[in-house]
Design a protein around this ligand. Sequence first.
Ligand code: SF4
Length: 122
Amino acid sequence: METNEKIRNTLAFQTSTPVNIKGKPAKRFMSVYRTVGCAYNQCTMCDFKHYADPKITDNNLIEQHKQSLKQLKEGKYAQFDLLTLGNFFNDHEVSPKVRKHFLQSLAKIKTLKRVLVQRFPF
Ligand code: SF4
């Protein structure tokens, strides 16, 4: 596999932190998916474009998601922040097919109480 393809199959960032859900301490896992980049791309303070790749495909995103699922299936996390390098609801950045796959697979993880995604009004 080419190095670039390996990178396309790898999340841009992941981390875990404490979180509070309805007054109770819990753990949050956060993944930032490497996408084709933000369609808006106008914010001068934003460096997300440096992590994006215009050749990212649905299959690359599904491969990245496997890394998140591996962590989430351990059952330690009540919240998952599913972040992208832009807008989760922009069809050019994340296709409806991939959005559906992400959400259906997350719905099977019973320890998850909350899933957060990013939406911008453009
Ligand atoms: S990812 Fe967010 S902050 Fe960056 S250019 Fe797009 S809208 Fe702006």
